[in-house]
Design a protein. Structure first.
Length: 589
């Protein structure tokens, strides 16, 4: 193009032509040594040269075109930014393999609800766990039998956000993140194109964001959502409380609002339930095939490592009396000789085995994984071993250091709540008990079962509502609607989680502030003759029935659904929920 008005263009072209390799930032902007790429850089990122015909310089205010969103009809737009980053290899595979069911679910949801009145959000997704800098190496282990739960969840979250129509920005390394946040990393100027309205990350990723932005990370605090598999309870989250009460955890003390932690299963109502998707829908071809494969008298054992099988010989012998036993174990040494071991196989092959089997056998470890739900969705019953005593960070190595003291009463508490005929609780060391479960299972036909909240559509519905309604930046916006509030008293030694559950409800921490005053409690028939404010416990608001003295919480970060007191009665904020969509109240959608 004519160089009029750009006196320095030629000399800059020459300079960058020689120097572009000296700083990685140039190639991040697409400079590859060709004259064309250099001219594009010098005109669009810096402004030494004229913009080439047919191209436009990126506008600083491109976020001004914050438009209405539409539900997307494909995931294709997502692939370039996944392919570009090796850290997303496993995630990319899962997303691609599920494209059809995501698109169908998006159509189905928009047919049910009017999703047109939404503003597009700029969303940063930064899974710290996949970054090389984290040292976790989960992205590589995923291909050799490593734990997959977190990658499954990240895949499904990314698909969800894309289908819902928002603008996604994926980062998978520190330079990537710096680039997005507009931090100067080399000779190139910073070029901050967008401001994130919402940030999904994990604890590792949050630490990386804090390290990069230093004190100015605070600006983003309320926009952050932290994926946190097992959950963080308020006392572990609260930095001063944790220090004072010696609640040591490498993952606690983040001082966020507890609902900013997004969990894998609905563990503690103090956090938000994000979930993931259980694969269950097959192409019509597969469905045909499925009809022709009759279920065999076959059990598949849940345990990829031979060590999980140790001490379970007698349990296996009982099951073997009724069923042929199959396994997907890393090595056959140490497992009974009658087990047909398939070794570590792909997810689709595991699903094929599940569809030929009648029972999926838990070995009591791993805890709370996705596999049992996949088994139910593929038509197996699940043998769910009880844990005696219940396991928690106080008595079990696996949970040590996790920022909660939640007690796990079986290998899979979420499945435990589903119950028979899908889930059968067993005492692995009591053959009578195991036989009771097996004879009952084999004497009926068990249909595939998938709770709505673990389907694509269920996840789209939930995340859609959370994005539109859940707001930690603006305290005046109240959600869920107060009309969903039901006040329940929890007797001494009972937590709000338990008290609400007993009434068929769930504890809703968003309502705690509303109950935290004598005037409001009077409306619900609680008569406080005297009262005080205190931050000495996590059970407030609460009252003493003999003195009618009420205690209110002075530190909002110490509201908690899960603690109880020896003698005080808690006043609990409960709400209803949609069956199989526990994150949402009936009036929430
Ligand atoms: C270098 O970049 C230019 C401009 O983006 C592009 O047209 C060209 O194909 C690239 N060349 C190579 C070898 O990648
Ligand atoms: C959705 O809501 C908008 C605004 O409320 C309205 O204009 C539009 O017609 C609605 N669409 C459907 C399909 O109901
Ligand atoms: C074993 O299980 C059976 C059936 O559930 C039960 O009746 C029995 O009490 C159990 N025995 C022991 C020792 O727990
Ligand atoms: C199977 O179930 C039926 C109906 O509940 C019952 O009558 C029958 O005794 C059961 N058979 C066995 C072997 O448990
Ligand atoms: C906060 O929420 C209220 C009620 O939803 C809304 O009217 C107001 O504009 C919001 N303020 C900001 C700064 O977003
Ligand atoms: C409740 O009130 C009674 C009577 O005033 C008092 O003796 C008791 O210590 C109080 N309990 C608590 C936990 O404050």
């Amino acid at each position: 193009p004519p160089m009029d008005g750009f006196p320095h263009c030629k000399e800059k072209l020459k300079w960058l032509g020689e120097m572009w390799r000296t700083d990685l930032c140039y190639s991040n902007y697409g400079v590859n040594g060709s004259l064309c790429s250099i001219l594009i850089y010098l005109s669009e990122i810096e402004s030494w040269c004229p913009v080439l015909p047919g191209r436009v310089a990126l506008l600083e205010n491109s976020e001004a075109v914050s438009d209405h969103v539409v539900v997307r009809e494909s995931l294709t737009g997502l692939y370039p930014s996944l392919e570009k980053r090796v850290q997303f290899r496993w995630i990319h595979q899962r997303i691609r393999s599920m494209e059809d069911i995501w698109v169908k679910a998006g159509r189905s949801l928009s047919a049910k609800y009017n999703l047109t009145e939404r503003k597009a959000k700029q969303i940063l997704v930064h899974p710290g766990v996949v970054t090389d800098e984290s040292g976790v190496r989960i992205a590589e282990a995923a291909f050799s039998g490593g734990p997959l739960g977190e990658l499954v969840q990240w895949s499904d979250l990314i698909s969800t956000l894309h289908i819902l129509g928002h603008h996604l920005h994926l980062t998978a390394s520190i330079p990537d993140l710096k680039h997005f946040l507009g931090i100067k990393t080399g000779g190139c100027p910073t070029h901050k194109k967008v401001e994130a309205n919402l940030i999904y990350t994990d604890i590792i990723g949050l630490r990386q964001i804090q390290a990069i932005l230093q004190a100015s990370w605070i600006k983003y605090r309320c926009r952050i959502r932290v994926l946190d598999t097992f959950g963080t309870e308020p006392d572990f989250n609260h930095v001063d409380w944790a220090k004072e009460h010696n609640l040591k955890s490498p993952f606690g003390s983040l001082n966020l609002i507890p609902m900013q932690f997004y969990t894998m299963f609905p563990h503690t109502p103090d956090n938000t339930f994000l979930g993931f998707v259980v694969q269950h829908q097959w192409s019509s071809e597969e469905t045909e095939h499925l009809k022709s494969t009759r279920r065999q008298n076959q059990a598949l054992v849940y345990g990829k490592r031979a060590t999980f099988w140790e001490g379970k010989g007698a349990y296996m012998d009982v099951i073997h009396k009724y069923l042929e036993i199959h396994g997907t174990v890393d090595q056959s040494a140490g497992i009974p000789g009658y087990v047909k071991n398939h070794g570590i196989i792909k997810g689709t092959e595991v699903q094929a085995l599940l569809r030929q089997s009648k029972v999926f056998v838990g070995l009591s470890f791993p805890y709370e994984g996705p596999a049992p739900l996949e088994a139910l969705a593929n038509g197996c019953a699940f043998l769910n071993p009880r844990l005696h005593p219940p396991q928690s960070s106080l008595n079990t190595e696996f949970f040590k250091g996790k920022p909660n003291i939640r007690e796990v009463t079986s290998q899979h508490p979420y499945a435990e709540a589903i119950g028979e005929p899908y889930v059968w609780m067993v005492d692995m060391h009591n053959s009578t008990d195991v036989e009771r479960a097996l004879t009952a299972i084999l004497n009926q036909t068990i249909e595939p079962y998938l709770p709505y909240e673990f389907s694509c559509e269920g996840m789209l519905q939930r995340v859609h509502i959370l994005i539109e309604k859940q707001d930690f930046c603006n305290s005046t916006g109240s959600w869920p609607p107060l009309s969903a509030l039901q006040v329940v008293k929890a007797e001494a030694k009972t937590s709000c989680k338990q008290a609400c559950q007993k009434m068929g409800l769930i504890c809703e921490p968003a309502f705690f502030p509303h109950l935290n005053s004598a005037d409001n409690l009077a409306k619900y028939g609680v008569d406080c003759q005297t009262s005080e404010l205190s931050d000495s416990h996590l059970v407030f608001p609460a009252y003493n029935s003999s003195s009618k003295h009420c205690v209110f919480q002075s530190d909002p970060l110490l509201f908690s659904c899960v603690r109880s007191d020896q003698s005080l009665i808690r006043i609990c904020p409960c709400r209803d929920y949609i069956k199989d969509q526990i994150a949402l109240c009936q009036a929430c959608i």
